[in-house]
Write a protein that binds this ligand. Structure first.
Ligand code: AMP
Length: 209
């Protein structure tokens, strides 16, 4: 199964993707994680995208499309994949249609207030990517991941100014993809506000599994 997870930052795409990967036995491809790994490694790509990411802006389409095209050419995606955070512009969606055929687009619906409260408290494991929250889901030991012992930190782009910017960017550049995919008959809406177990249930129902 080839899926796109579409929705604003903080909608829970990454959290559901981790569960869905287990259920569907497919690969999660998160462009944000790939870019963060490049930044951590201080690779040429990382040096190019760091300031853009910290400001909450989008990396240019050419760079992002090339990255995903290369990733989707790898052998491990035979059973399918979940694109988490790609495409984010119409140009990216058009390019993607040239090298992959998507089965469904899951649209995570959440109001801005929900995004702000989730991202405002988000803490992420640097090693395994697990998401914690300063109020709703604290790590047992501050700064240490319960799952892998990795370092838990606050992403630079989860600071208040960057959150606002990312929301504006989402509404302006990414939200038009909802109608784009709806008109192709691929869109499935999911209420992203309940707790994760309920979202998983609704996700399975939406896919008929
Ligand atoms: P995410 O983890 O999906 O919230 O992505 C973090 C940051 O990575 C975004 O705010 C962008 O700066 C960059 N990024 C991730 N995916 C894309 C994309 N498809 N197009 C452009 N920039 C992206």
């Amino acid at each position: 199964m080839k899926l796109i997870f579409l929705g604003p930052p903080g909608a829970g795409k990454g959290t559901l993707a981790v569960k869905a990967v287990d259920i569907l036995k497919v690969q999660q491809i998160s462009t944000g994680s790939i870019f963060r790994a490049a930044v951590a490694a201080e690779s040429p790509l990382g040096l190019k995208v760091k300031a853009i990411m910290d400001a909450g802006a989008l990396v240019d389409d050419e760079t992002t499309i090339a990255l995903v095209k290369e990733r989707l050419a790898m052998d491990d995606i035979q059973k399918g994949f979940i694109l988490d955070g790609f495409p984010r512009t119409i140009a990216q969606a058009e390019a993607l249609s040239g090298f992959s055929k998507i089965d469904k687009v899951i649209n995570f619906e959440i109001p801005d207030s929900g995004v702000i409260s989730r991202l405002g408290g988000r803490q992420v494991c640097r090693k395994c990517g697990y998401n914690f929250h300063a109020i709703y889901n604290k790590p047992s030991k501050s700064g240490v991941c319960d799952h892998c012992g990795g370092d838990v930190y606050i992403r630079d782009d989860d600071r208040p100014e960057a959150i606002q910017k990312r929301l504006v960017v989402y509404r302006e550049q990414t939200e038009p993809l909802i109608n784009y995919y709806r008109s192709k008959g691929l869109l499935v809406d999911i209420d992203a506000t309940p707790m994760v177990d309920e979202i998983v249930m609704n996700f399975k129902k939406a896919l008929g599994i």
